[in-house]
Design a protein around this ligand. Structure first.
Ligand code: GTP
Ligand code: MG
Length: 327
């Protein structure tokens, strides 16, 4: 049985829904810190979510993602669209000080209530950074933003997981810098709905485009959509208008034949599975999986005094017995 959500949590959710930025920031911090109210806040906010378009922006460190996001946000603000931006893992080992860059740009917009910017860098949250980001995006949606942009450095599994929660994914490439299409991970290439060649002011943009086209000619398009290739210069804003109309086209494409629903359904199916795993793990922690007890089990298992293949089914059985016993 779901338990009742306490009034202060309910109130926080209402404040978020009414667009209270401080309440939103506080709630995201609670999620990052894995606070006990986190699940209840998400639960209370859930009815207010599902209307925003989520756009993932991924690409190598320094590709110009933040500059591009900034340009997109400015353009959309002019169209009266409200926006939430989540910048994930700006503390990349490659660029180090980028978090400061995000903060500086954040201040640019701080007087605009239609724009909310947040950095996520905590890996301590239950389920890791990908889940904390997904949860933060949920809360931003609940605050009524039309668009949620998620910037992430596309290097690891975490980042790929983050991208999965987007409705539309932009993969940012740049000429030169050894950022050849072939050297990019296949996973990242497959998730692109739109390719952006940023820093098109540099030599080699045409070559990158040719490489993408060559790669695309080898694979057949899914559902009549071959990811378009857009060239941008994020520092000047060149190509941003074309990028926006391409995003609109993709949005229209998603809106037909139930594609958006199908995509979100796939996402939730995976997400529920992860959530169940975590809930079980959490229950197991109260049934002999505390760090100390784990160490004791490990010691006994190493000494052949205990069998891990019996221990685990027993632990799982205990969890379910406990669940059933509860009124
Ligand atoms: N020449 C040129 N420089 C650019 C362009 N876009 C961004 N830059 C510069 O590239 C650098 C990195 O830009 P960011 O927007 O911080 O890149 P990022 O991908 O967000 O970087 P990380 O978040 O650290 O991975 C900055 O100095 C930008 O001014 C562009 O189109 N042309
Ligand atoms: Mg950045």
């Amino acid at each position: 049985m779901p338990h009742a959500i306490n009034t202060s949590t309910q109130k926080l959710a209402e404040q978020i829904h009414q667009g209270d930025t401080r309440a939103l920031a506080r709630a995201i911090s609670l999620i990052e810190n894995n606070a006990s109210q986190a699940q209840d806040i998400l639960s209370a906010c859930f009815p207010y979510t599902g209307k925003a378009l989520r756009i993932g922006i991924t690409g190598s460190p320094g590709a110009g993602k933040s500059t591009l996001v900034d340009q997109l946000a400015r353009a959309w603000r002019k169209q009266e669209q409200t926006i939430g931006i989540v910048a994930v893992d700006p503390t990349s080992p490659f660029t180090g000080g980028a978090i400061l860059g995000d903060r500086i740009r954040l201040q640019d917009h701080s007087s605009d209530p239609g724009l909310y910017v947040r950095s996520m860098a905590t890996r301590g949250a239950l389920g890791g950074l990908a889940q904390a980001t997904a949860d933060a995006a949920q809360l931003i949606e609940a605050s009524g933003k039309d668009l949620v942009l998620i910037e992430t450095v596309g290097v690891g599994q975490d980042e790929i997981d983050i991208v999965r929660l987007s409705d539309i994914t932009l993969v940012i490439l740049v000429p030169g810098m050894g950022d050849d299409v072939q050297s990019l991970k296949a996973g990242i290439m497959e998730i692109a709905d739109i390719f952006v060649i940023n820093k098109a002011d540099r030599e080699g943009a045409d070559r990158v485009e040719k490489e993408i086209r060559a790669m695309q000619s080898l694979s057949h398009s899914v559902d009549n959509w071959t990811p378009p290739v857009i060239k941008t210069i994020a520092t000047t804003g060149a190509g941003i208008a074309e990028l926006i109309s391409t995003i609109d086209a993709r949005k229209t494409w998603l809106a037909t034949e139930g594609r958006m629903e199908a995509k979100r359904q796939t996402y939730w199916q995976q997400r529920i599975e992860t959530m169940v795993q975590q809930a079980l793990l959490k229950a197991a922690r109260t049934h002999g999986l505390s760090t100390e007890e784990l160490a004791q089990h490990a010691q006994r298992i190493t000494a052949k005094e205990e069998n891990p293949y019996q221990l685990v089914p027993n632990l799982v059985a205990e969890i379910f017995q406990h669940r059933k016993a509860k009124p």
